[in-house]
Ligand binder design. Structure first.
Ligand code: SF4
Length: 296
């Protein structure tokens, strides 16, 4: 119950223990208490109404934040991505010029991607160069003896399977697409040896698609920085990145991430203590703290 203080006609109302309990239990009750009790003036009533209104705003904001935080995608990720994009552009932007795109024909990009599966980038570059000395079109590839093809791509690993896929996809391109690489993702993925990653690379490099190809470097860097969960497959990582990176920046961002992943955020022994992104990287901070604790 609210009572008027004895010493002053305009002093604060005293709220009884019962009423306080009600206030904590249910905010609706505080309105009831304040409205139905003989408050000293309209001034106090107005003040408490304002306080309650603020409480409502604060609680609503908290609720919205809780809902956002409970999702995979958090608003904080946007700020973090802004920092990452600025860092990547500053350090690697000059290495990802337009010349990189369309350097090879769509067919060469496609074949290089098949060769890149489960091998290092150096092997892909070496075997692609050797193979493209022998054949650069589906017609030439189909006419190339299998033994020669296998020898050219031997150091890319799994060379027998890769040779088989390259031969088979070349034949399909001739038979069904007039010797051209389709720019449709579903059609690309029907080709032998072509999955999510390969199709994304072909679309991005050869057809100006705003897709972000998620290779091993982009995948690792994204997860370490906390933009994707460890359990996410490459498609999930791609979707999460594309929510945060505008269309016009996607191509360059993915190339910059690859450079960063090769040089700093390496698969083994990433250079976290030298990394400018350490302060926003959960993986890096955890790693550095563990090393400090173990005295390494
Ligand atoms: S702090 Fe380490 S793990 Fe994080 S982005 Fe940098 S190098 Fe990679």
């Amino acid at each position: 119950m609210a009572q008027r203080s004895r010493n002053s006609t305009l002093s604060m109302p005293v709220i009884s223990g019962d009423a306080m309990q009600n206030i904590h239990a249910n905010r609706t009750d505080i309105r009831t208490v304040m409205i139905t009790q003989p408050l000293p003036t309209h001034f106090f009533r107005g003040t408490f109404t304002t306080v309650l209104a603020f409480m409502d705003i604060i609680n609503t904001k908290r609720l919205i934040k809780d809902v956002r935080d409970s999702r995979d995608f958090r608003t904080g990720d946007r700020d973090k991505m802004e920092t990452v994009l600025k860092f990547l552009k500053k350090n690697y932007g000059d290495r990802t010029g337009a010349v990189h795109r369309r350097r090879d024909s769509p067919y060469q990009v496609l074949v290089s991607c098949v060769l890149s599966q489960r091998t290092k980038d150096e092997n892909t570059e070496k075997t692609s160069a050797m193979l493209f000395k022998l054949a650069t079109t589906p017609e030439q590839m189909v006419g190339l003896p299998v033994a020669k093809l296998e020898k050219a791509i031997h150091s890319s690993g799994f060379y027998r399977q890769k040779a088989k896929n390259i031969k088979a996809l070349s034949k399909i391109l001739i038979d069904e697409y007039d010797g051209k690489v389709p720019s449709n993702r579903e059609q690309l993925m029907e080709l032998p040896g072509v999955g999510w990653k390969t199709s994304a690379v072909v679309l991005s490099y050869s057809f100006n698609s705003d897709i972000i190809p998620v290779d091993t470097h982009v995948n690792r860097v994204s997860k370490r920085l906390g933009f994707a969960a460890e359990k996410d497959d490459v498609e999930a990582v791609r979707e999460k990145l594309e929510r945060l990176v505008s269309e016009k920046l996607r191509y360059h961002t993915h190339l910059e991430m690859i450079h960063f992943g090769k040089e700093i955020c390496r698969p083994i022994n990433p250079l976290c203590t030298q990394c400018e992104l350490l302060k926003i990287c959960p993986f890096g901070q955890d790693r550095v703290n563990r090393k400090r604790c173990s005295g390494i």
